[in-house]
Ligand binder design. Structure first.
Ligand code: SIN
Length: 292
């Protein structure tokens, strides 16, 4: 008789002191029950980063799961590796016939996905197909905890301020191995102004909304002071005490909330090892300014 491998009963386990939860007992390759979806969405609001180990997902599964969080987003730089699923991207260093199968070295700087659009990123989903034995982690910083821990004088400097998020600001420095953006690509993604402190639409928690390589300046602040404050805010928010670093295993799916976290991919030995990730995202909304 064939042995049926039982899944553990669904449960949510805190990942570490900083943020995140391990989601045990969910099989995302199948449609989920209403109660499982409610558990997952509640954990998402509460923990901001959810880790599901041991998944076996096709692009269709990833799309179906993503839709529970909001409408699918097709990235403006999407390479469309799966014609039936334009919302699924590949991030990889692997080449086929000399051509990369997806975006390589994406997001090696701290950022919140699509923060440079008027409607910024909500949830991002990353699924591990192949991973190197060391390196290639994704790090997450808890921007709500960082805001709460900010010294009073820094809070006074950021409360009520807005900042300019600009995809084009440091693009050529961040991606020296990619083709420079064309004038049309630059014009297609103009900068956006957002509050420096935003309020989470579900939890009401305030969070810093800033990343030094994407935010060009703070509105109405002198240039040197603005740059120093942006750099100081990112350095403060990305201290170890606010960070969870995810070491990938094949079959991991990680979902994160771009409204309360920054994330950053870390390097690995690309000459020796392969890394293949599938990625989706759902549409976000205009960030809510935090009220004092
Ligand atoms: C990203 O989505 O910014 C990349 C994350 C990663 O590849 O670890």
């Amino acid at each position: 008789m064939e042995m049926i491998k039982e899944r553990a009963a669904p449960r949510v386990e805190r990942l570490n002191e900083a943020l995140g939860a391990r989601m045990v007992g969910f099989d995302l390759s199948k449609p989920l029950s209403r109660s499982d979806i409610e558990t997952i969405l509640k954990a998402f609001a509460e923990h901001a980063v959810l880790v599901f180990h041991g998944q076996k997902l096709e692009p269709a599964d990833l799309s179906r799961f993503t839709r529970h969080f909001g409408p699918l987003e097709v990235h403006h730089m999407a390479e469309l590796p799966f014609p039936d699923f334009p919302e699924v991207r590949i991030l990889s260093n692997v080449r086929k016939d000399g051509k990369l199968i997806g975006a390589n070295r994406a997001g090696r700087h701290w950022h919140s996905d699509l923060s440079y659009l008027d409607e910024t990123g909500l949830a991002t989903f990353l699924y591990c197909v192949e991973t190197p034995p060391a390196g290639g982690n994704t790090k997450f910083a808890d921007m709500a905890a960082a805001y709460e821990a900010l010294p009073k004088e820094m809070k006074r400097k950021v409360d009520g301020r807005t900042a300019i998020h600009d995809r084009n600001f440091r693009y050529s420095e961040l991606y020296p191995d990619r083709k420079p953006l064309t004038p049309e690509q630059i014009a297609a993604v103009p900068p956006s102004e957002h509050p420096l402190v935003i309020q989470h639409p579900v939890t009401g928690r305030k969070a810093l909304f800033v990343a030094k390589d994407v935010v060009s300046h703070i509105v109405g602040m002198e240039e040197t002071e603005s740059r120093a404050l942006i750099d100081a805010l990112e350095a403060f928010a990305t201290q170890d005490r606010f960070v969870y670093s995810h070491p990938w295993q094949v079959g991991d799916l990680v979902v994160w909330d771009n409204r309360s976290t920054l994330h950053q991919a870390t390097p690995y030995d690309e000459a020796e090892y392969r890394r293949i990730m599938y990625r989706t995202q759902c549409k976000g909304s205009v960030p809510i300014p935090a009220v004092a």
